[in-house]
Design a protein around this ligand. Structure first.
Ligand code: PMP
Length: 395
């Protein structure tokens, strides 16, 4: 974080662009960029026995232990992957019991939903999809009912939703699942590095994450697999036996070093960033609501990630709003599904109409967001939404 940001930007100059798409990808933290560059300059395959290989291996160990420290788990419980998509696929593949039950929520990222559908077909599992209420909170009665099943069960519920930021009480869900004899996985991609998490005290069995959401490089992530968990050895990628046989392939030394450095920086600044980001998000919402009082903020009355605001602008389609805002990086629904014409499955599951879902923009803030960016974005959003509404009204 720069000095300006720490001082609350009182002296920072105005800006003419705003990057508010941290849930799609966060800017790389300076500590992570340096770690990647420094590592790229040093040759070495972390599996080679010579000194160069051992230097690479030491960098991998450092990155892995920095990540383990952030999560408060053992470095040996982490399987390094290419990101959360792969981690989610691996988690469900190894845990899904043949002929058992897979339980997921309706608002999961496609990296869980699509993987669950395929794995349920391949392994003959029943797939149970749990609904949410209007605020995006999981229907716990449906989870209880699913856990009553006599089938061996794996539950996968995300820690924080990527479109709305709505948090699930994963500790409670993990405990319920364990009490029923099931295995609990969480896709914590949007939570890691933004809110505290302590795997030494929470009974989560498996957890997925991706470095680029907390200021590390893209293309690297991890699956936490609790030691001794009764899962099947079904790696998605077979080969040289790296990662204790869970994920073969030459280790991405620079990526792992960058992920570790980002984890250490995120951990050191967690409390201050959490506070700052929530204040900036609240400022954005207050400025927009003051000028556009019919704006609906999705999930506003329940616990949310500090840096996310999902805003529905009645009468203003999100594609028209976003194309009028080239210098404000934001997203309609989930960036991972943008390009697809279907309205957001998350907002539909929350009981919104297709029209409401298609008039929703997600703003997501994080470690480097400034007050100047928020003020610029609010002013731009208000004027573009007004313009789009007028145009829709006239046409
Ligand atoms: N899960 C969630 C909740 C996400 O937000 C994302 C990224 N949008 C992913 C999984 C996939 O992460 P990656 O693209 O890094 O594999």
């Amino acid at each position: 974080m720069t000095g300006d940001q720490l001082r609350g930007d009182r002296t920072a100059p105005p800006t003419n662009s705003a990057y508010l798409d941290y849930n799609a990808t966060a800017p790389v933290r300076p500590e992570a960029a340096s770690a990647v560059l420094d590592t790229l300059r040093v040759p070495g395959n972390a599996s080679s026995p010579h000194a160069a290989g051992q230097r690479a291996s030491a960098l991998v160990q450092l990155g892995r232990s920095q990540l383990a420290e952030l999560l408060r788990c053992s470095p040996n419980e982490l399987v390094i992957t290419s990101g959360a998509t792969e981690a989610n696929n691996l988690a469900l593949r190894v845990a899904a019991p043949d002929g058992g039950q897979l339980v997921v929520s309706a608002t999961e990222h496609p990296a869980v939903l699509e993987a669950a559908r395929q794995i349920a077909t391949d392994q003959g599992c029943d797939l149970t999809i749990i609904g949410v209420d209007r605020d995006g909170q999981l229907r716990l009665d449906e989870l209880h009912a699913a856990l009553n099943s006599p089938l061996p069960t794996v539950v996968s519920i995300m820690a924080a939703n990527n479109e709305t930021g709505v948090l699930n009480d994963i500790q409670e869900m993990a405990e319920l699942t364990r009490a029923a004899g099931g295995i609990f996985h969480t896709d914590a991609t949007q939570l890691v590095g933004r809110l505290p998490l302590d795997l030494s005290t929470v009974t989560i069995d498996m957890l997925s994450l991706s470095a680029h959401k907390f200021g590390g490089p893209q293309g690297v992530g991890a699956l936490f697999l609790r030691r001794g968990l009764p899962v099947a050895h079904r790696p998605l990628v077979r080969g040289g036996g790296q990662e204790r046989g869970w994920r073969a392939g030459t280790l991405n030394v620079a990526g792992i070093a960058g992920m570790g450095a980002a984890a250490a920086a995120a951990q050191a600044q967690l409390d201050i960033e959490r506070e700052r980001t929530a204040q900036l998000r609240d400022r954005l919402e207050a400025l927009v609501l003051a000028a556009l009082p019919d704006t609906q903020i999705n999930g506003r009355s329940v616990p949310r990630l500090p840096g996310v605001s999902s805003m529905t602008f009645p009468g203003a389609p999100a594609d028209a709003v976003l194309s009028g805002l080239p210098e404000v990086a934001a997203s309609d629904g989930s960036a991972c599904s943008s390009g697809a014409l279907a309205p957001s499955h998350v907002l539909l599951a929350m009981g919104r109409t297709a029209e409401e879902a298609e008039s929703t923009v997600r703003f997501s803030l994080g470690h480097a967001t400034t007050k100047a960016e928020i003020d610029f974005a609010a002013e731009q959003v208000v004027s573009v939404v007004r313009r789009v509404k007028e145009a829709m009204w006239v046409s």
